[in-house]
Design a protein. Structure first.
Length: 117
């Protein structure tokens, strides 16, 4: 069985730190943070837990910055999303789930080019 390791991009880490900082005084941030932690544990059990996103919808930013070949979306409370990609680890028995972003719905729509009606 392969080991699943979770890594955060600098952007995702910044959001995660912000949520940790605000969680003691904000119910919404606490709820999102708890959901992220739960989803990370589910990804460790099943790296394909998230909804796969078709390659034609990959944001150029992710292809350019990280050279992604796969992308998964996990829904979080209050319409937030966590986006991650899977890569091979340094050894043959390791998979890295690299969390690219943790974003709200508005930023998600912008990143994927969805327009409001």
């Amino acid at each position: 069985m392969k080991i699943i390791r979770i890594k955060l991009s600098p952007e995702a880490e910044e959001v995660y730190k912000h949520l940790n900082k605000e969680a003691p005084t904000s119910k919404i941030e606490r709820m999102i943070l708890r959901a992220i932690n739960q989803k990370v544990e589910l990804i460790k059990l099943n790296p394909h837990f998230g909804d796969p996103i078709a390659k034609k919808f990959f944001p150029e930013e992710y292809k350019r910055r990280y050279g992604i070949t796969n992308l998964f979306r996990v829904e979080l409370p209050t319409f937030w999303r966590m986006l991650y990609t899977l890569t091979d680890g340094k050894s043959e028995v390791e998979i890295i789930a690299f969390v690219l972003d943790v974003i709200d719905h508005k930023e998600y729509d912008k990143k994927f080019g969805y327009k409001r009606k």
